[in-house]
Design a protein around this ligand. Structure first.
Ligand SMILES: [Zn+2]
Length: 288
């Protein structure tokens, strides 16, 4: 038996729904994001919601709906709040990175793949004269997909700063070899800004070496750790930090920022708020 009403078609083999005609649904979904917390700890939606409300301060409200494991729907009351969250850089919660993206009508929340994350990466050890957009594009392609080359990089920068979309299921890349004009091979090193929990054993985000899946594949831990905190940029903020987008507004400031101390001085640090006396929960944002 076939039935046809506006936006809904029922046939013998199933039901076809055209969401376009369901006007009330569209604006609600426009304000909705989907989020994955890259942690092997169990995240409680109630705490996450309270923490997000404290720090994002969505003017029209926010509901956090648990989807599965550490995946959540973030239903904002207004699209402006959702837009701010998704465009203001990389967020972390309880030292774990958050992967956040929009969800489209017709997508099944639990099936949405949240495998990519934008992160700011510093490229250290470049030979003199190699801080350039062209080299940035090459490094970006090696790391993932280049999203932005920091226009404040300049020829004598101590390191080159780029923003890259990386696959969070792949081991974090630590270094890359470059061959210069004179044929010399140089190794450059990567440091990730606002990097959350990751494994020193396999280099993948979201768990520590103690809960690494590799322990089930090996007879015994050989103790080899190819990854370490060296991968993190020297910035070690544990509270909320807010840094102006791409930070510097002159070459002088850029030079100063090359020094870690100066870099940190340029961060406006806000004391994190705790909403639970027994458990301090933090949400950090790195504006990049
Ligand atoms: Zn691991």
């Amino acid at each position: 038996m076939d039935l046809n009403i506006e936006g809904l078609t029922i046939e013998d083999d199933g039901l076809t729904i055209n969401l376009d005609v369901d006007v009330p649904v569209a604006p609600i979904l426009e304000n909705c994001l989907i989020d994955r917390v890259l942690s092997d700890k169990q995240i409680r939606a109630k705490y996450l919601e309270e923490c997000m409300k404290q720090h994002w301060r969505p003017g029209r409200g926010l509901d956090v709906i648990h989807v599965e494991q550490n995946k959540f729907l973030l239903q904002f009351g207004h699209k402006a709040d959702a837009y701010n969250v998704i465009t203001e850089g990389l967020w972390t919660y309880d030292n774990a990175n958050l992967v956040i993206q929009k969800i489209s009508p017709g997508e099944v929340a639990k099936d949405v793949l949240l495998n990519n994350m934008e992160i700011s990466i510093q490229v250290h050890g470049l030979p003199c004269g190699y801080v350039s957009e062209k080299i940035g594009a090459g490094c970006g392609a090696f790391l993932g997909e280049l999203r932005e080359y920091d226009s404040k990089n300049w020829v004598h920068s101590k390191y080159m700063r780029i923003r890259v979309e990386i696959n969070i299921n792949q081991p974090l890349k630590r270094d890359m070899k470059l061959r210069t004009n004179n044929g010399k091979c140089v190794t450059v090193y990567f440091k990730y800004e606002k990097l959350g929990t990751f494994c020193f054993r396999c280099g993948v985000l979201g768990h520590t070496y103690k809960s690494c899946p590799m322990i089930y594949d090996e007879e015994a831990d050989n103790g080899v750790r190819l990854w370490s905190n060296e991968l993190k940029s020297s910035y070690k903020g544990s509270s909320i930090v807010k840094v102006n987008k791409w930070l510097k507004d002159s070459k002088t400031m850029m030079k100063e920022a090359q020094d870690t101390q100066c870099w940190n001085k340029m961060c406006l640090t806000i004391i994190p708020k705790s909403f639970d006396d027994n458990k301090v929960l933090k949400i950090d944002n790195w504006y990049c």
